[in-house]
Design a protein around this ligand. Structure first.
Ligand code: GRF
Length: 207
């Protein structure tokens, strides 16, 4: 907490952007949206690092093309979840990242990692939490017959998809929606509220 406070003062004095790491496992379209938003001179965060647990994650190429440092930390190379998390934390800390954005990162995190980055780690989820937690959120919403779904940006806590909500966007469910069509419309909203949420917490916590 004191560390965060001191960092906030330093950032304010030096007008530095908040160094941010993004964790991905695949497509990386949310990562892309964050990177594009951070190109704006007035945006309070700077994306300095993208970590993937998968070598084949499509998002990695975009990050590289945009001059962002990338790292692959393959979870299969570690005996325990915490060993894997510690390897990621080492890279995150070496690059002085103050905020972590999970963007389609498909690994559960250890309590140790969640606690280390408490109030500094956020996630995007394709439902209106607390409804439809888990990795089948769009299908579950569709099967439940809800009229509205959407997406949520929230802080990461030990319980999956349960931390304090930062922003949500509502998406109408259409009668002929499939998982693909609904997910695509939700994704468009994700790309709007994720950059907005990152800016919000940078301004709130660190400025
Ligand atoms: C998004 O739907 C996000 O809400 C969920 O995983 C998906 C990641 O997509 N957590 P992308 O990799 O950002 O394109």
């Amino acid at each position: 907490m004191i560390g965060t406070y001191i960092m906030a003062i330093i950032n304010k004095i030096t007008m530095q952007k908040i160094k941010t790491a993004i964790l991905i496992s695949g497509r990386g379209s949310n990562m892309r949206a964050l990177v594009e938003a951070a190109k704006n001179q007035d945006y309070p965060a700077e994306i300095v690092l993208v970590i993937s647990n998968k070598e084949t994650a499509q998002g990695l190429e975009f990050a590289r093309q945009n001059g962002i440092k990338t790292a692959i930390v393959n979870h299969k190379n570690f005996a325990t979840r915490q060993d894997f998390d510690q390897a990621m934390a080492k890279i995150i800390d070496e690059n002085n990242c103050q905020i972590i954005c999970l963007a389609g990162f498909m690994r559960l995190l250890s309590e140790w990692f969640v606690d280390k980055y408490r109030n500094r780690m956020i996630n995007i989820h394709p439902s209106l939490l607390p409804d439809f937690k888990g990795d089948k959120a769009v299908a579950d919403a569709l099967n439940a017959g809800v009229k509205q779904s959407g997406c949520t940006v929230h802080f990461v806590t030990e319980e999956m998809d349960a931390g304090e909500i930062i922003k949500q966007s509502v998406v109408e469910v259409l009668q002929d929606d499939t998982v693909e069509t609904l997910a695509a419309r939700i994704l468009k909203q994700e790309h709007i509220i994720y950059p907005e949420s990152l800016a919000l917490i940078c301004n709130k916590i660190f400025q």
